[in-house]
Design a protein around this ligand. Structure first.
Ligand code: ZN
Ligand code: ZN
Length: 388
């Protein structure tokens, strides 16, 4: 069954585009979720937005006038009741406030709307590497514009309203005629008295001074997913500033400011750390506990004969891999760079032990190694370079 779009907006079937727009704006101000958070209001806000979308589009309005329902074709998809469920809803509202719906060049210039969409806001959020890895719900205080609760965004003092501007007669612009050698030149500029709105507020709201919004501090919970990194921005839809005249709020962007970690260095989704082991451990091998970033202790196997600068890779012990969809898809690796520490302070007994070891291994008389024996060794590299 076709819905009664005219009834939802409370306008007559022969209403003009202006009347439809005016009726929608009036209802939107009363029902906007920032003003009226009740569920019933949200539902009705969705309804009137849909009704406006239909009736402001000449094609769709024609379908309605023929007894059909242009929104029943399935084009709108599910969830049409929630005006903030996606870009569709918000875009519709913006169109309404901009008067762009059903566009086309034929529309007269007319006064501009007092109701404008709000701007986006950006705040920086400092996180430790651990918080970036696990994700975190963080309550943040934002200082933004909200709808003035006294006038509900209308900007007029209680019991009063707006009045058509005398200077421009409601057109929002004034014209001046100049004579030049080309003939008469008519130029239009925004009306200086009403600033192009076409209407004035004789008795502005005492709380917001007619702007329809006031500054306020409020708390917002930002859900930070695991795997975020320095400079990444999380968008909180509709949590930015409310626009002039109580217009729809912009978005709030939370930019991640990742603090450097004492132990781990991040490279994309991989983590790197240095791990110092004594020379004896490197030679004999051992299993040693190593503290990972978020997985607790890990038993690291050091093979006997481990060389300095050996790199051990612990698969999937790095950062969660956050996709642009917001989903986590696996994890990066943890690279452990082994640093072999040669003892510097030896007492006599230790020194004797090492001397004995060296004698047994025939290492007590170090010699220069013949440098051609190892392809790709330090000197062969140097030589190739010099010959080029
Ligand atoms: Zn106010
Ligand atoms: Zn004016």
């Amino acid at each position: 069954m076709a819905r009664d779009y005219y009834g939802i907006l409370g306008v007559a079937k022969n209403a003009t585009d202006q009347e439809i727009k005016r009726a929608y704006r009036k209802l939107a101000r009363e029902l906007h979720p920032d003003v009226n958070p009740s569920e019933d209001a949200q539902h009705r806000f969705g309804e009137v937005t849909t009704a406006y979308e239909v009736l402001s589009d000449p094609q769709k309005r024609k379908v309605v006038d023929l007894g059909g329902d242009p929104m029943d074709s399935g084009a709108r998809g599910a969830g049409g009741g929630d005006p903030f469920s996606g870009f569709g809803g918000l875009g519709d509202i913006m169109d309404a406030f901009f008067g762009a719906a059903g566009g086309g060049g034929g529309r007269g210039r007319g006064p501009r709307s007092r109701v404008q969409p709000g701007s986006d806001a950006l705040i920086r959020l400092g996180l430790t590497l651990e918080e970036c890895a696990t994700g975190v719900d963080r309550e943040i205080t934002v200082d933004t514009a909200i709808v003035c609760d006294l006038c509900r965004g209308a900007g007029a003092a209680e019991g009063t309203g707006t009045k058509t501007c005398d200077t421009c007669g409601g057109a929002g612009e004034v014209q001046s005629v100049q004579r030049s050698f080309l003939g008469q030149v008519v130029t239009a500029r925004p009306c200086p008295v009403c600033r192009g709105f076409g209407e004035v507020i004789p008795d502005p709201c005492r709380q917001c001074g007619g702007d329809g919004r006031v500054r306020a501090r409020r708390n917002v919970t930002a859900k930070i997913p695991p795997g975020v990194g320095d400079g990444m921005r999380i968008r909180l839809s509709g949590q930015g500033e409310v626009g002039p005249g109580g217009g729809p709020a912009g978005d709030l962007y939370v930019e991640i400011d990742e603090a450097p970690h004492e132990v781990f260095v991040r490279q994309g989704n991989d983590l790197h750390c240095n791990f110092r082991i004594p020379m004896t451990t490197a030679a004999l091998g051992a299993t040693v506990p190593i503290e990972t970033l978020i997985d607790g202790d890990y038993e690291l196997d050091i093979e006997p004969g481990t060389q300095p600068a050996t790199e051990l890779v612990l698969t999937a012990k790095g950062m969660p891999r956050l996709r642009s969809s917001g989903r986590v898809d696996g994890r990066g690796d943890l690279h452990v760079h082994i640093d072999v520490v040669v003892p510097t302070k030896l007492d006599d007994a230790q020194r004797d032990l090492l001397v004995e070891l060296a004698q047994q291994r025939g290492e007590d008389v170090p010699s220069l190694s013949s440098n051609g024996s190892k392809p790709g060794g330090l000197f062969s590299k140097l030589r190739t370079k010099n010959h080029r």
